[in-house]
Design a protein around this ligand. Structure first.
Ligand code: NCD
Length: 315
């Protein structure tokens, strides 16, 4: 096959973007490009994961990420099992470890894990023998989201190096923002975060981003405007005066988008709250890459699964 198929990652797992070097990221993106082509064919099946068992263990609700990992695994020939664990019935600590030990006894080859606590996926990875993919842990990391965003940007802009990317909204609760900041810096983009002070983690400047507290200033000349969902389920107490006021100041509409570069493109990881962080006219407009992000998600996850599986014993 192509040169990209010979590429490997240094680690057994994909727990975050942190720790990946630029050539590992671009290697995954190059391989994902091949899967974009495959996914547009009638015959979409490969046999790389034939005989392998993939378990998707989701302690948090998910539609697109879970289905995307399921389709990715099946297209590569794996047996995929979905386990959705209602977070209410799950107690932290020992229970998570026990779950890991139980699943491990069933000899899975790949575990794809989403958990509401930051660091939980790394903890689980230490207890199992198979490879583990982080599908989102608390407000920590969501590596495949950042990879699919990078693939979408690269395909539309031809590069990532030198672009100005404005990440806007609920940065405080966002693993998507963290993974994207790390990835985009590694590939040489300039990253801005735009949010009210209450939705910015303290010390965010230490990640090397430029911080803006108004959309007008933060979007000025930006090449990519990446909107984040207002994660109200993670908010204990009041972070914004009202949804209406939030939309007025921080919701992306056509007037605010005019501040960005003339050829600026708009992204959102989904699920979107229309009329909260983004106006429908922008979400469905000609500059929106939102649907393409979903398509890239399957390809990127195939690239990740394929790459990790090549390092499994007996591969
Ligand atoms: C994101 C997540 O779960 O972190 N969604 C996703 O994976 N598509 C962002 C969000 O929930 O707002």
């Amino acid at each position: 096959m192509h040169a990209a198929s010979a590429f490997t990652l240094s680690g057994r797992d994909l727990l975050g973007i942190e720790g990946l070097i630029a050539s590992e990221i671009t290697g995954l993106l190059d391989l994902a490009e091949e899967f974009v082509e495959l996914n547009r064919q009638v015959e979409k099946k490969r046999t790389t994961l034939r005989g392998r068992t993939q378990i998707n263990l989701f302690f948090e609700a998910s539609t697109r990420t879970q289905s995307s990992f399921e389709i990715a695994g099946k297209r590569l020939g794996a047996d995929v099992m979905n386990m959705s664990v209602g977070s209410s019935s799950v107690k932290k600590g020992e229970t998570l470890v026990d779950t890991a030990i139980t699943l491990n006894a069933m000899h899975p080859d790949i575990l794809v894990v989403r958990h509401h606590a930051s660091g939980a996926v790394a903890l689980l990875a230490r207890k199992v023998d198979c490879c583990v993919v982080n599908a989102g842990d608390g407000a920590h990391e969501h590596p495949t989201q950042a990879l699919l965003d990078a693939l979408t940007i690269r395909r539309n802009k031809g590069r990532i190096q030198g672009l100005t990317v404005a990440i806007c909204g609920d940065v405080l609760h966002s693993r998507v923002a963290r993974s994207n900041i790390i990835l985009l810096h590694t590939l040489g983009a300039k990253v801005r975060v735009v949010a009210p002070s209450t939705l910015l983690p303290s010390g965010i400047e230490s990640l090397g981003v430029e911080v803006f507290r108004t959309m007008e200033a933060g979007l000025d000349g930006a090449d990519i405007v990446m909107m984040l969902r207002l994660q109200r389920e993670r908010m204990a107490g009041s972070f914004i005066p009202s949804v209406k006021e939030y939309f007025h100041y921080f919701g992306l509409d056509e007037a605010k988008l005019r501040r960005a570069a003339p050829d600026a493109l708009v992204m959102h990881p989904g699920p979107m709250n229309r009329g909260v962080e983004i106006d429908s006219a922008v979400a469905d407009g000609p500059r929106s890459l939102i649907r393409e992000q979903v398509e890239m998600g399957v390809a990127v996850r195939m690239a990740v699964l394929d790459t990790l599986a090549r390092k499994l014993p007996n591969a």
